[in-house]
Structures are given as C-alpha cells and as structure tokens.
Design a protein around this ligand. Structure first.
Ligand SMILES: Nc1ncnc2c1ncn2[C@@H]1O[C@H](COP(=O)(O)OP(=O)(O)O)[C@@H](O)[C@H]1O
Ligand SMILES: [Mg+2]
Length: 592
C-alpha cells in the first residue's frame, strides 16, 4: 500500500465526499439489516396466529383473520419503506464515492499531462509513446477502480459485516459460526479466480494492442504494401495475430465460467447448514421458523460482500502496481530547469564558445569544440554532410538539451540564465521534420500566436510563398490537414511551417533545411521577403544549397561535429573546400 499513499492528498481534498459516502453506506446497510428482522417478526406472528386461529371459536375466526391480514399489510409497508430508504442511501453513496473517484481521476490525468509537458526530449527519447499513453489512460483507470468501486465495496463490506454478524450473534452463536464457515473458502477462491482473470485480461489487452498497431500500420503503409504486393502476406499475418487473440479470449472465458458456479455452490452450502443446524434448534424449541428465514436472508446479504473481498484484494493489488508506475513517472524531474522568470526582449547576438555536446546515452559527441559568433541582424548559413551536427545547433539554441562543455551565450548571457519561455517565444525554429497538427491550415499557421487575425495569417502565408497553394485547397485556409484532412506535399508543409514561424515575429529565426523540398524560384521569392522584412533580425539557415540569396554575413561548414570552414561566400569559394565544391556542383546542375 506504500505507493497508494500518494493518493492521500486527494482524499483530503475530497474529504466531504468520503465522509458522506461512509455515512451513506452505513445508513443503507442499517436499513438492509432491519429487513430480515421484520420478516422474521412477520413469519413468527403468522405461525402463532394460525395456531390460535385453528383453536378459536368459528364465529370469531373471520374477525381474527381480518386482523391478521391487516397486520401483515403493515409489515409489508414497513419492509417496503426500508427497501426504499436503503435504495435512496445507496444512490447517495454512489453519488458521493463514485463521483469522488471520477474527480480524482480527472485531477490525476491533468497532473500527469501537465508533468509530461514539462519533461524534455531526453525523456521522450527513452520512453515509448505507447508506454506513456498507457500510464495516463490504463494506469489511471486502474487506480480509479480502487478509489471508486474498490473503496465503496470495501467500506460496504466492513459495515455490513459488522452489523450482520452482530445481528446474527444476537440470535444464535453456534448457528452463526456454522453459517459463516464456508464464506472464507468462497472469498479465497474468488481471490484466486479474480487474479487469474486479471492475468488473462492483461494478455488479451496486450494482444489487442498488437492487433491495433498491426491494423494501423497496414492502413498508413497501404501504399508501400500495395506497391510491394504484400497484401496477402499482411492478411495472413493479421489472421495469425487474430487467432492468438481468439485463443486468449477463450481461455479467459473458460476461467470466467467457473466464477458463478463456484459462488452458487458455496452459498448453497451455507444455506444448507442454516437449514440443518437451524432445523434442529427449531425442533428443540430454542429458535423459531422465522429465525431460519432471517438467517437465510443474512447469508444472502453477505454473499456479495464476501465475493467482493477477493475482488477488492485484486483491485487493490492492481492499483498498487499502477500507482507505482504513475509515481515513477511523476518523480522524473525535467532535465532542463528554468531559473529566470522575468519578461524581456531578445536582441539577437549569438555566441558558441568551445561547445561540446553528446546526446544523452550516446558516447560520440554530436558537436566538439564548436565556436562562432554572430551579432543582431546578421545572417548565418550552416552547411555540412548529414549527421555533421547542423540540427544539433538548432536544438541547443532552443535549449532542448543542455551542453556538457563550453558556453552558449545569447545577448552575452549564458543560455541557462535566460527565461526558457522568453527564449522559446522569441526564437522561431522551423525544424527539419515538419509537423502539422490535425487542424485547419489557418490554425496551424497561427499556432504560436494566440490573437492572430485572418488577414495576418494570409499575409504571412504570402511571405512564405504558400498562399496560392492554400487558396487552391478544397476549403482554402479552413481546410483540415494531417491525419484526417488533405495530404500536402513536403514543400507545402515546409512553407506552412515557415509561415507559422514568421507570424511569431521572432527576434531570431532558425530554419533547419526548411527549403529542401521547395524549388529554386520559390526559394528566391521567400528569400526576398527575408531580406526585406528580417533585415534587423538574426537568421540562421541550415541548408544544403550553397547560394548566397540571403547575403550571408558568415557561412560555416561542419564535419563530424567540428567546424571545418568559416567565412563569407567569396572567401569560401576562394578557399576551394567543401562549400566551393557544393557551389560548383550546383552551377553545373542549374546549367543542365
Ligand atoms: N536525438 C538524438 N539522440 C541521439 N543522437 C542523435 C540525436 N539527434 C542526432 N543525433 C546524432 O547526432 C549527430 C548529429 O546529428 P544532426 O545534428 O541531426 O546532424 P545533421 O543535422 O547535420 O544531419 C548524428 O550522428 C546523429 O546520429
Ligand atoms: Mg539535420
């Protein structure tokens, strides 16, 4: 129960739900207990009256009979009243306890989601999406199962047991002991059966997850599958997995089939004992027939709670395991910590001083001893082969990771001393792998700006040379893109992403190969806007093209994480290295 103690603050927060819930449970059980007692009274009354009726003067019989039926009607009304009260209190108990569990579930999900938003790339690198999703959905549900039904039946069990056994003992101690004898066997066997059911359900869930992802892959990869004529192979594979699912489901059904008969058998045993032992007592004259009926009703009342013991035990066990996984997640501290909370503008001076950096869990450094400096308004181009560390520079400027050696200075101040929110708000970064949300084009463009109006959105789409493309879409700027919308070309996505970045009116703009899928004419168009509108902004262009459309103040060439060339366009052409080679090759291609 150590892990579940993390839930205590929630119970404290919703203490009134809990306290009222306990009161309602107790009240409902109190009226429940009164019912068998009233029925016993009624039965005993009938038995006695029948005796006196038989021996009475025939002239008086109909009068006595009349009186008896009226009394019985009263009993019936009283029992009905108890049942209604019990029902109302049960309703109130569910309203307080189950509602509490839903409120706590909501709080937990919100907190976990918030926490996940705080965590950084290094966390997402080491944790699978499916695993994270499972914690926020399944694990929270399992804990909710304990807080809601688990706790409810637990409290119900304790109060009902205490009251029923007290009432039984008052009637006959020995009979009570005989009646209760089979019940522990019942709850232990239910515990084992429930555990078995849980294990089997988990296996089914896993297989279902596999089926789902197989199906999803088949749909999203349908073009590849068809072009490689792999349809039959996929169908066979899916059939195999479905077969396994069926096997597991049938195995669960087999265990579940035991549940009911086992319960009925043991209850019948209890009832049998009541009749045999109680019958002797009635014969001796120490109990009445009404007592037997009363006891049988008690046994019936105890059945469900006793069954629930086993169930509660396995629910608590599962919740404990789930809460452990949630706690583990919640205890992970973000690696990037913000210490500055003031709000200010960024000028745009950038300096790398002997920066070395290796990704978490990787030995080979992505950058080694990199130094360069650009001032506000300057334009920097970064070139290099793939895996030379270009994108890493972009990641580091947004402080997605912290470096191990050296210093990154922005406006002369160490990046670690900047307000992270200011930093990320003032720098616009167009990543290499463009991501668009399943939303309208217009919402995708205005993603970084809460109060952008339509005119601004259209204007900036124009700057990114994508407005004409968007207008031609089925619903223009309101077209849905992404998974449930139209599919866009790589170049269109890149330009929408650029529009999104420009709309932020950033102080520093970083483009990571963001024009790779855009043709040269369109690139020139975009660059014209950059030259005009971003004259006083710092721009870093990670690119594989060696043109000088942006009049770069500085160009650096990276190779295996180190700077191998540095200078202006003319200087690097003069130098005749990597840059010059790329440039020459490009000229040849353009002439072709
Ligand atoms: N998230 C990451 N985790 C581990 N290694 C990475 C990660 N991103 C990049 N790398 C590695 O760091 C090196 C530099 O990568 P990157 O900066 O993306 O190169 P480029 O953008 O020049 O192609 C490569 O060896 C790459 O494999
Ligand atoms: Mg890259």
């Amino acid at each position: 129960m150590k892990n579940l103690s993390r839930l205590n603050p929630y119970f404290l927060k919703y203490k009134w739900h809990l306290i009222l819930g306990i009161l309602f449970v107790t009240g409902s059980n109190y009226y429940g207990i009164l019912i068998p007692q009233k029925i016993r009274e009624a039965l005993d009354l009938v038995q006695n009256e029948i005796q006196s009726l038989k021996s009475a003067d025939p002239a008086l019989q109909s009068g006595l009979y009349e009186r008896l039926s009226q009394t019985l009607l009263w009993f019936a009304l009283i029992v009905t009243g108890y049942v209604i009260l019990k029902g109302l209190l049960m309703y109130a108990m569910r309203q307080s306890l189950i509602v509490m569990s839903r409120l706590i579930e909501y709080d937990m999900r919100k907190e976990i989601f918030n926490h996940l938003q705080q965590l950084d790339q290094s966390f997402y690198k080491t944790h699978k999406t499916g695993d994270i999703m499972a914690r926020i959905s399944e694990d929270v549900s399992k804990v909710r199962n304990y807080i809601g039904p688990g706790l409810l039946y637990g409290i119900n069990l304790v109060t009902l047991f205490a009251m029923t056994i007290y009432a039984m003992l008052k009637v006959d101690v020995e009979l009570t002991i005989y009646t209760l004898l089979p019940l522990p066997i019942l709850s232990i066997s239910i515990y084992y059966v429930s555990n078995l059911i849980n294990v089997k359900s988990t296996l089914i869930q896993q297989q279902l997850g596999k089926l789902n992802s197989t199906a999803q892959e088949a749909y999203s990869g349908i073009r590849v599958i068809k072009s490689y004529v792999k349809e039959d192979w996929f169908v066979k594979y899916f059939q195999g997995e479905s077969e396994e699912f069926k096997k597991r489901a049938l195995s669960l059904a087999g265990v579940e089939a035991w549940f009911q008969p086992l319960m009925i058998l043991l209850i019948a045993l209890s009832t049998l004992l009541v009749v045999i032992v109680g019958g002797h007592r009635v014969y001796e004259g120490s109990l009445t027939a009404g007592n037997i009926a009363e006891f049988i009703l008690y046994v019936n009342m105890l059945t469900w709670p006793v069954t629930a013991i086993g169930w509660i035990a396995s629910v608590v066990q599962e919740a404990e395991a789930s809460q452990a996984r949630i706690n583990e997640l919640m205890d992970i501290k973000p690696a990037i910590i913000n210490t500055n909370h003031s709000v200010y503008d960024i000028r745009g001076d950038i300096e790398f001083r002997n920066v070395s950096f290796a990704y978490p869990g990787v030995d080979i450094p992505a950058l080694s001893n990199v130094s360069f400096k650009i001032s506000k308004g300057q334009k920097l181009a970064i070139l290099g082969k793939t895996a030379s560390g270009k994108s890493t520079i972009g990641d580091l400027l947004l402080r997605i990771y912290d470096i191990q050696h050296g210093e990154i200075l922005i406006d002369g101040k160490n990046i670690k001393d900047h307000n992270l929110a200011v930093l990320r708000n003032k720098i616009a970064y167009v990543p290499q792998d463009v991501f668009l949300f399943s939303d309208t084009v217009s919402s995708n463009i205005s993603f970084g700006v809460a109060d952008a109006d339509d005119l601004e959105i259209k204007e900036h789409a124009g700057y990114a040379a994508v407005a004409d493309d968007i207008i031609r879409l089925p619903s223009g700027f309101d077209t849905l893109v992404g998974e449930r919308g139209v599919s866009l070309s790589g170049g269109q996505k890149q330009r929408i992403s650029i529009a999104r970045a420009l709309l932020k009116k950033p102080d520093i703009l970083i483009l990571d190969d963001a024009l790779s899928a855009v043709d040269t004419t369109t690139e020139q168009h975009i660059m014209q806007h950059f030259n005009a509108a971003l004259a006083d902004k710092t721009v870093i262009m990670i690119t594989h093209r060696a043109n000088n459309l942006l009049n770069y103040d500085k160009i650096i060439v990276l190779d295996k994480g180190t700077i191998t060339e540095e200078g202006t366009h003319d200087e690097l052409i003069q130098k005749g290295g990597f840059y010059a080679a790329v440039y020459e090759q490009q000229l040849v291609q353009e002439n072709l």
